[in-house]
Ligand binder design. Sequence first.
Ligand code: NAG
Ligand code: NAG
Ligand code: NAG
Ligand code: NAG
Length: 375
Amino acid sequence: MNPSVCISFLFLFLILFSCFDLSYCKHNNTFDAIFQFGDSISDTGNFLIANADSSPNMGHPPYGITFFGHPTGRLSDGRIIVDFIAEAFGLPLLPPFLSRDDQSFAKGASFAVASATALDVSFFRERGVEVGTNLSLSVQLEWFERLIPSLCNTTEGCKKYLSKSLFMVGEIGGNDYLGPWAFNQLTQQQVTAYVPAVVEAIKNATEKLIELGAVNLVVPGNPPSGCFAGILTLLNGTREEELEPGTGCLRRVNDLVRYHNRLLQRAVAELRKEHPHARIGYADFYTPIIKFAKDPDTFGFTYRPKLNACCGGDGPYHFDVRALCGQPGSSACPEPSAAIDWDGWHATEATDHRIADSWLHGPFADPPILSLRKH
Ligand SMILES: *[C@@H]1O[C@H](CO)[C@@H](O)[C@H](O)[C@H]1NC(C)=O
Ligand SMILES: *[C@@H]1O[C@H](CO)[C@@H](O)[C@H](O)[C@H]1NC(C)=O
Ligand SMILES: *[C@@H]1O[C@H](CO)[C@@H](O)[C@H](O)[C@H]1NC(C)=O
Ligand SMILES: *[C@@H]1O[C@H](CO)[C@@H](O)[C@H](O)[C@H]1NC(C)=O
């Protein structure tokens, strides 16, 4: 090998390895911490800790089977979207806030709780509706606010720390609509009427974080819940005329989600105008899953029927509300990585991995999350 080629190789080697492990490029290329707010899509164990007495289904195998080897409280066979985002920034997977180990929260935490709503539980009580948890978005925000003094101490130190952290505000809002609707507590018309209030609650939470010192924020929209087995089953999606051609997803549910996402994008645009120093991204949770449902083979989703839950009880979509994944009478498909839907409500690790990549690198986040870290 001639010397100049050799030197080129040496440089290539140095470039590759100096930045290969992101922790080496830490100074201005990554975040100090990630804080996640939301519901079951981003819960890393809070619901399980808060409800340990009732032994909820996500505390049982096969939850966690693909990656952790045991249930962690994540509603997945493995990692969830925020885990892949943390990995991309060289940060540890987020511990659940309710594990109450303040020392371990310096690099982030998940405040998300399965079943959480964007609106407070009082909103639903006034309408005679029971929701799965009272640990709503505003409660999660209070947790974070109370945690701040243990994360940083001087005004200047906190300003720096918070400005170098990433805040994921959602996904949240799905439970505000789908629980009451799917369990026949409210009609489609009733839940549609309060979409603006849900979006306002998410906007308010984002604004509150900015007031506290957050600078880098990502607001994800809602996923197309009409493509998930639990919703397809409970809202009777077997009638042909109710299904969207191409995907087989339930049209009226996805109509609602699109309406929510439209208003949310408008709110994000307003926030950007009102807080020009902040970098506020919108993450599209809708389009990637629609693409998987339209064209599953292209993305490696060979499980059939394509919208069946991998893990669940006997039913038209391998879903039975009396035999949820993790409960007696349920079973899991042999290859979760070939399935889009894990348990009837939530995506598999394989699906979440692809979504996380599309948010980190684009095209489904505006701007791509990796571009947020450049200060
Ligand atoms: C939520 O409900 C539990 C049990 O009913 C109660 O102990 C707790 O204080 C409530 N938390 C909030 C934030 O309302
Ligand atoms: C402030 O926080 C830093 C880093 O967490 C710590 O090293 C330092 O001792 C703290 N100072 C005070 C006064 O608490
Ligand atoms: C959002 O904040 C505004 C202003 O503080 C308040 O009037 C409104 O009730 C809040 N909305 C929700 C849904 O929390
Ligand atoms: C779904 O079908 C069942 C039985 O056919 C019926 O009892 C239930 O009311 C239906 N639910 C909805 C939301 O249409």
